[in-house]
Design a protein around this ligand. Structure first.
Ligand SMILES: CC(C)(COP(=O)(O)OP(=O)(O)OC[C@H]1O[C@@H](n2cnc3c(N)ncnc32)[C@H](O)[C@@H]1OP(=O)(O)O)[C@@H](O)C(=O)NCCC(=O)NCCS
Length: 175
């Protein structure tokens, strides 16, 4: 396990962070996802999931919890998660670290944050979905202890699909 960098800080995402976050996620998606999904699908999914109104509504309603990663005071990544009472688990919905800050333990630190939050919420399981062709991130999740438990193909509208693996990890005792 990589040590958490001293200059890495994780804290709740505030309303004032939404504009910089949408710029960051746009940069990460256009750098990372071509070759995995089309540019049209990237634009569609950014609009669907990362509009300032969508993020604000999720934070204000508590539908999801968002945290930001600051590296030397600079916004370098983020994560979001939500309790899934039906599955008695936490859904790890988003995990992104800018390429400049990868490979130094920041993603693992965000994952640990979510796993500890799951314990606080009273759940011992965290699951996520990852595109089946997102090989690097699948490898990262495996390193973090997640295992593939299912495969789902979801119609997300306008002719686009998400073809994902579901990966899960038991986090009992990590809170
Ligand atoms: C996935 C992501 C968040 C990981 O963040 P990161 O800060 O680079 O991850 P870390 O440095 O904490 O590495 C975590 C573990 O994965 C390993 N790892 C990192 N990159 C890897 C890669 N490309 N292949 C295999 N293992 C990798 C690390 O060695 C570490 O394992 P270890 O502690 O046992 O040595 C980041 O790569 C990212 O934002 N990717 C693009 C966006 C994306 O696909 N997000 C997931 C959407 S579902």
């Amino acid at each position: 396990m990589l040590p958490v960098p001293d200059d890495c800080r994780i804290s709740p995402l505030a309303t004032a962070d939404i504009a910089p976050l949408t710029a960051l996620v746009r940069e990460i998606w256009h750098q990372h996802y071509p070759g995995i999904i089309t540019v049209k699908q990237i634009e569609y999914m950014l609009e669907q999931r990362y509009s300032p109104d969508t993020i604000r509504a999720e934070i204000e309603s508590g539908a999801a919890r968002w945290v930001k990663l600051l590296v030397n005071g600079e916004l370098g990544g983020f994560a979001s998660y939500a309790a899934d009472d039906a599955r008695r688990a936490v859904k790890f919905d988003k995990l992104y670290v800018h390429a400049l800050f990868r490979g130094r333990g920041c993603g693992a630190a965000l994952a640990r944050h979510v796993e500890q939050a799951a314990g606080t919420l009273g759940y011992d399981k965290v699951y996520l979905q990852v595109n089946r062709n997102n090989f690097d991130s699948i490898a990262v999740y495996r390193r973090l202890g997640f295992e593939v438990i299912d495969r789902v193909k979801t119609d997300i509208g306008r002719g686009f699909y998400m073809d994902d693996y579901v990966m899960a990890k038991v986090v009992r005792g990590e809170a």
